[in-house]
Design a protein around this ligand. Structure first.
Ligand code: V47
Length: 351
């Protein structure tokens, strides 16, 4: 069967097929990706009203692509107190957020309670607020630092009120590339195992892929297939989020930005390859708003959210430091010909 025949009849694609998709004409690829998107979501595009908080940038790991950690090129080490985090949450709740997304660096000085107890405090005050927190990289860091198993940390997360896990820390699963960009942190196998444990606890998570640095197209497809395999087993991933590499202020020297065409192809290919992950999120922070809007025509059905503040990607050059207003978000989606739908964190439609 040819690749086109497989695409026409919605067959599951192999690694070789995925690599061959990159050689297709962008608009042809877009037609196939968009067909899948339209069948599932019509012209609806999801967004959520959320707030990102990055409570510390002090990190014992040394990822080459990171511009956020104070041990890299960011000169201002900080760790927020729980009161500061709670007052940030309080302000954002007043502005109508439904989700708080809390991701930190791997700070060995705070103690385990600092990482976990804040979730309980947030939940006590705002039981309706969805807490999405702790990446698999943070869970692995905490387990090593405090001599606990991944399962122990996951049990504590649930006990302290974490509702779902964000998709960070996946980077690229290929072990050779991983060694060069983030050696020493959670391995690919551990990242996948941690999400599996989380899914086994009946909880949902997301998965990211950092692309546009030193990885090859093969590495991207391999990354997607490892996620697809786990999703077959657990069905716990809500969304796949391709993160476009930002080149400023870090140690991973990459000469050129990816072309818009390569980025759009990657969204389209992820929609086609990941036949079992329901949502493809064009995270406007790393893709730029304009490309995120265009990505709606190439398989993406979710644009993340209003964010309010963002420190990890903006440190590396993304224009996301101050988030986006909800009415602006809604207008942008409408004006691009799609129907904006506010969703909650588990993809229930709100309005
Ligand atoms: O894991 C770090 C990435 C991630 C750079 O789950 C960079 O809904 C680009 O995971 N260029 C954190 N990316 C962000 C993240 C995320 C974002 C939005 C939604 C969700 C979700 C998760 O940011 C890290 C890392 O892969 N990152 N440095 C950089 N220079």
């Amino acid at each position: 069967m040819t690749l086109i025949e497989k695409l026409e009849s919605n067959q599951r694609l192999t690694l070789e097929d995925g690599i061959a998709l990159y050689d297709m004409d962008l608009l042809d690829l877009g037609i196939y990706a968009n067909k899948i998107r339209e069948e599932r979501y019509g012209r609806k595009t999801y967004f959520n009203v959320n707030r990102h908080i990055n409570p510390t940038n002090i990190c014992k790991d040394v990822c080459q692509f990171c511009a956020y950690s104070s041990s890299r090129k960011n000169p201002n080490p900080y760790a927020m107190s729980h009161d500061e985090i709670l007052s940030t949450v309080q302000n954002s709740v007043k502005n109508g957020i439904k989700e708080v997304h809390i991701v930190s660096a791997h700070n060995p000085d705070t103690g385990l309670e600092w990482y976990l107890e804040v979730f309980k405090k947030i939940k006590e005050k705002y039981p309706q607020l969805h807490v999405k927190a702790l990446t698999a990289a943070e869970i692995h860091f905490l387990s090593e630092e405090y001599n606990l198993s991944h399962q122990d940390i996951i049990n504590m997360m649930i006990e302290y009120g974490v509702d779902s896990m964000p998709g960070g820390g996946a980077e690229i699963f290929d072990e050779e590339v991983r060694k060069r960009i983030c050696s020493g942190k959670v391995t690919s196998e551990q990242w996948l195992d941690i999400h599996k444990l989380w899914h086994k606890a009946n909880k949902k998570s997301n998965a990211t892929m950092l692309f546009g640095h030193i990885e090859s197209r093969i590495d991207r497809i391999d990354h997607m297939l490892r996620l697809r395999d786990l999703q077959d087993e657990t069905n716990g991933f809500n969304a796949f989020i391709p993160l476009v590499y930002q080149r400023e202020n870090n140690y991973l020297k990459v000469k050129d930005d990816l072309t818009a065409q390569e980025i759009l192809k990657t969204y389209a290919i992820s929609r086609i390859m990941l036949d079992n992950i329901p949502n493809i999120k064009a995270y406007w922070v790393t893709s730029t708003v304009k490309l995120a809007l265009l990505a709606q025509e190439f398989g993406a059905n979710d644009l993340d959210g209003t964010i309010e503040k963002e420190s990890i990607n903006s440190a590396a050059g993304a224009a996301s430091a101050n988030g986006m207003k909800q009415n602006e978000f809604v207008s942008l989606i409408k004006n691009s010909g799609f129907i904006p739908v506010e969703r909650d964190s588990l993809y229930n439609e709100l309005s």
